[in-house]
Design a protein around this ligand. Structure first.
Ligand code: HEC
Ligand code: HEC
Ligand code: HEC
Ligand code: HEC
Length: 141
């Protein structure tokens, strides 16, 4: 089986087979910050995903499963700017449907995909629900 041929929802569920799908999260009735460990459900809750699913926003839009996790925030800018226009005054277009950020032109994930610590696990996880997060804001469903 070649996972490259999967549709976006199937592709995200494919990674979710181990990282947990949206359905798993609903069936387990989990809520709160513990859900941050389930990137598929968080990603699908972000407005970038959209109701119909944007074929470019699978896990592979940002991760190459054949190399170790990239941890420099600026390396993800090109992934955001694959869909979002920049600088601030730019207007969205058919191949770049995402609006421009009025605040910054780089290090997008630092503000829009914040990390939260799960105390019980002594580790930080990244919120895959891409959104406008206010500084110090508690975790939102
Ligand atoms: C067969 C189960 C399984 C599948 C399917 C799977 N993963 Fe994972 N993934 C894991 C496990 C287990 C870890 C934690 C490994 C560790 O910490 O050593 C992990 C870790 C990761 C990490 C973090 C690596 C790091 O260095 O912290 C990323 C990113 C990731 N997976 C992305 C994906 C993507 C994208 C897909 C779909 C293409 C996927 N995974 C499918 C089991 C899976
Ligand atoms: C829009 C970009 C983007 C997409 C799409 C994306 N990720 Fe991530 N992911 C990131 C960033 C940024 C990090 C944090 C990297 C770091 O540690 O600095 C991350 C971290 C992770 C980690 C490590 C644990 C953590 O929470 O920090 C795992 C596992 C992971 N992603 C899995 C996935 C899976 C599975 C999908 C698809 C459901 C996915 N990601 C989609 C950007 C993305
Ligand atoms: C596959 C295309 C795509 C990618 C990749 C993408 N976005 Fe989006 N994003 C969109 C679209 C389309 C919208 C507009 C949805 C709407 O107007 O409802 C959006 C909406 C947003 C919003 C507004 C959210 C809200 O709650 O109002 C922010 C912030 C955002 N994106 C930031 C990012 C960041 C940061 C990245 C990279 C980590 C990123 N996006 C990656 C397509 C994308
Ligand atoms: C320093 C933090 C920060 C960084 C870095 C940042 N943003 Fe933003 N972004 C914000 C804030 C705060 C808002 C909300 C502004 C408001 O509503 O007044 C926002 C709004 C947005 C919006 C919604 C715009 C709208 O008109 O609805 C998008 C899309 C977005 N950012 C994308 C990005 C992208 C893409 C990057 C990287 C190129 C990025 N942001 C970098 C803080 C940041």
């Amino acid at each position: 089986m070649n996972p490259a041929s999967l549709s976006p929802p199937e592709s995200v569920d494919f990674c979710g087979a181990c990282h947990r799908t949206s359905l798993d999260t609903t069936e387990m009735r989990l809520s709160g910050v513990l859900n941050i460990r389930f990137p598929a459900y968080r990603l699908q809750a972000s407005r970038c995903w959209g109701s119909a699913g944007d074929p470019r926003l699978t896990c592979m839009a940002c991760h190459n499963p054949h190399v170790p996790l990239v941890t420099t925030s600026t390396s993800y800018d090109k992934n955001c700017l694959g869909c979002h226009v920049s600088p601030a005054a730019s207007k969205p277009s058919p191949d770049h449907p995402g609006k421009a950020c009025p605040i910054a032109q780089k290090e997008c994930t630092g503000c829009h995909m914040p990390k939260y610590e799960i105390k019980e696990m002594h580790a930080d996880f990244t919120d895959h629900k891409i959104a406008i997060h206010r500084l110090g804001e508690p975790f939102t469903e």
